[in-house]
Design a binder for this molecule. Structure first.
Ligand code: IMP
Ligand code: MG
Length: 200
């Protein structure tokens, strides 16, 4: 039986469909397919597992909310011992333009003192969020900090921030799906799609 998701969105197409709630929605046009994401996440997992082969507890810290699906898939494909934690920030409010002001909404729960930390982010745009978080986590005294981002918009960088593992580079467009949202919508879309927010 088809899931509600399949009924609401025809992956890869931009046709208008009728959802079960009889609300009409537009499926965002596809930028990166579900299969391409899967393949790239597996490659990243292999690379990370090799780089941390000698580490006995890699702490993966997902940035909520956008990274939750990427973190779930990436963490399950690693072949090294790892634990999961989360941190939550807010940077854009409801719009799609970065204010540059990042606010910590929830800090990590676990003790990362002396641990190897991998920050897992959905997308790096201006770089403010990641830079701010590296600063916060650095103050907790980890052995090392590296960063992984599923997506990167190199043309939008405002601050210099190291990204050790990047899934895909994309242009300056607003993307949704696979955890990413626009005003909380489309996070559960299985592929990466493009939307055109009114304020861009
Ligand atoms: P930065 O601080 O400008 O690098 O923005 C990073 C954060 O903004 C990410 O964690 C995302 O939550 C959000 N973001 C930036 N670009 C997009 C996008 O195209 N789609 C969805 N969220 C985005
Ligand atoms: Mg985010």
């Amino acid at each position: 039986m088809a899931s509600a998701q399949e009924i609401t969105y025809a992956a890869g197409s931009n046709r208008t469909r009728q959802s079960r709630k009889t609300k009409t929605v537009n499926a965002p046009p596809e930028l990166i397919s579900e299969d391409d994401i899967k393949a790239r996440v597996s490659e990243l997992a292999r690379e990370i597992s090799a780089d941390y082969a000698d580490v006995d507890d890699l702490v993966m810290i997902g940035i909520l909310k956008g990274s939750f699906i990427f973190l779930a898939d990436l963490s399950r494909r690693l072949t090294i011992p790892r634990t999961i934690d989360f941190i939550a920030v807010s940077s854009y409010g409801k719009g799609s333009k970065s204010t540059g002001a990042v606010r910590l909404v929830m800090d990590v729960r676990g003790n990362i003192d002396g641990k190897h930390v991998l920050i897992v982010e959905d997308i790096v745009d201006t770089g403010h969020t990641l830079k701010y978080l590296i600063g916060i986590l650095q103050s907790h005294g980890p052995a090392s900090i590296k960063t992984a981002a599923l997506l990167h918009k190199p043309g939008s960088a405002e601050v210099d921030v190291p990204i050790d593992y990047v899934g895909f580079g994309i242009g300056d467009e607003w993307v949704v799906g696979y955890g990413l949202d626009f005003a909380e919508r489309d996070r559960t879309l299985p592929y990466i799609g493009v939307v055109t927010p009114d304020d861009r």
